[in-house]
Design a protein around this ligand. Sequence first.
Ligand code: TMP
Ligand code: ASP
Length: 236
Amino acid sequence: MQKGDLLYEGKAKRVYLTDDPTLYIVEYKDTATAFDGLKKEELTNKGVLNNSIAALFFLMLQGAGVPTHFIKKLNEREMLVKALQIIPMEVIVRNIAAGSLSKRLGLAEGAPLACTVLEFNLKNDELHDPMLNHYHIQALGLATPQEVARMEELALRINDLLRPFLEKRDIILVDFKLEFGRSQGEIFLGDEISPDTCRFWDAGSGEKLDKDRFRRDLGGVTDAYAEVLRRLQEVK
Ligand code: TMP
Ligand code: ASP
């Protein structure tokens, strides 16, 4: 398998073609961004940590029967994935109030939610990833009602798998973002699951172990990511 041309460069990853049209290579960069790319910094080793962390999450989910794009980790910064046609939506799962939900609805960060909340956003930095309801998704032709139902089912299942997995490692899964794509008529989990795309709080101290450390200038960003990786690698 040969690495080919750059297909797409995002804020935190690059996607390359390969000589097999069904496979892509994803390279994790050290760039950290927030506020739709307004705040940007290079954080040495972040890409290496996120590649390892995402690989471990994908492996766990695949083992539990969740279809993901992950095939294998290739090296420190790269993983081999199934080529997907990405649906340009972010699926956000929330267990505890934080971030934009707290702001919009006036809820204290850390406030419990009576049920898990699912949100859909359009992936569009210029428009600041506006929230979509089911009508918007149909009106824009982003995904069929069946695909939306499948993404909701998978997002809730992933939450049900991730929460206890992380709880065993003394990490509270506050919220996270998923992206899905199509391959041969089926929906697969794509993108990444990492401290860039999740809120992780230490179960004992409540300390933030995710990209909020960067967004809010708390310092120790990659130390927190390394701590997440260390806990994921612990045999439990
Ligand atoms: P929010 O509270 O800012 O809406 O974020 C909810 C979750 O989604 C949080 O875990 C961070 C993640 N997220 C992304 O991964 N990418 C994004 O562009 C945004 C806005 C959030
Ligand atoms: N990922 C988005 C950005 O880079 C927003 C965020 O995660 O805060 O701007």
